[in-house]
Design a protein around this ligand. Sequence first.
Ligand code: GMT
Length: 375
Amino acid sequence: MRIGIVCYPTFGGSGVLATELGKALADKGHQVHFITYQQPVRLGEFNANIFYHEVLVPTYPLFDYPPYETALASTMVNVIVNNNLDLLHVHYAIPHASAAYMAKKIVEKQGKNIPVITTLHGTDITLVGKDATFAPVVAFSINESDAITAVSDNLRDETHRNFKIEKEIQVIKNFVDVKRFKRKPFDAFRKVIAPNGEKIVLHASNFRKIKRVGDVVKIFANIVKTVPSKLLFVGDGPERQLAESMSRELDLCDHMRFVGRQEQMEDILAIADLFLLTSEYESFGLAALEAMAAGVPVVSTDAGGLPEINIHGKTGYLGHIGDVETMSSQAISILSDETKLKLFKHNAEQQAMLFDISTVIPQYEALYNRFLPTS
Ligand code: GMT
């Protein structure tokens, strides 16, 4: 199959998932064409089946707001026609679904049918998508897609709650390549972070408000009072300043590090003992799944789709949004009990297996096959 994939190329979960999907499809022999404004961060090494088409938006004095969506739709048209694509799979509705609708209509005039599949990832529905500024276009373009998928049951239900969707929304959950995350801890690295054998707690995100990183700092402040431990913050974003100033106020600077954006999450996760995810909403929580694949238990909120992956009392614990005290006790109960820690690590790995790439990619292929002409 010749598949066009449109996504955000940055560190966000939707871009990571779309890139990993494209790479896996290419490994299975499909021809994959990424259409984005930058090379996706996880694209990595050369693969003969992967093509990358950059969306260029020309500047012009009149353009206070460069017309990205128009440039994207035009690039889609060129890639569809010049490479005779079989289908277009767009990740994150805004503005990818509406640009895909435009491209579909343009190639239709040229006698070509291009099926469009839209995968909803979370904030394209629950935050920005439902904002009145975007909602009519989002609802229209989702409905005009030939197929719609959502990354969790929760996101499917949220989409129905927020929009009048006339088609079935198929749930195809986020996935992880479990093999890749099975790494032996790099002892020298562990020693640098935790020289006296302290436990290592990790948070990774884009530091947006929705992640409530302040709660991570507060929970860690409670943990460190009982369990000798270190906190690693991976990622960057608007709330990083807040996390930094809170850690100064709480006198935690010697116990934590901000390591910025990292591509080799598997190396970092390999030395971690606990993953904290305090989000106000997560449609799924891919970062938590990657942690579990590396055998790291998770203490998270019970928001959105998180209970679909983090099993309370088994792979970690769930607390209510903002309930710092409960999540602190939960984290301490795992970190202070070696037997429990070992059991939860094992359970986390087993749970991640349910979402292994090998079980999820065929679901996308089956969906694509429904749209191929039968000859
Ligand atoms: O988490 C983010 O803010 C990034 C966001 C994105 O769209 O890139 O992630 C969303 O998509 C991921 C992949 O499907 C999900 O695992 C995340 O839970 C989801 N984030 C939210 O719903 C906040």
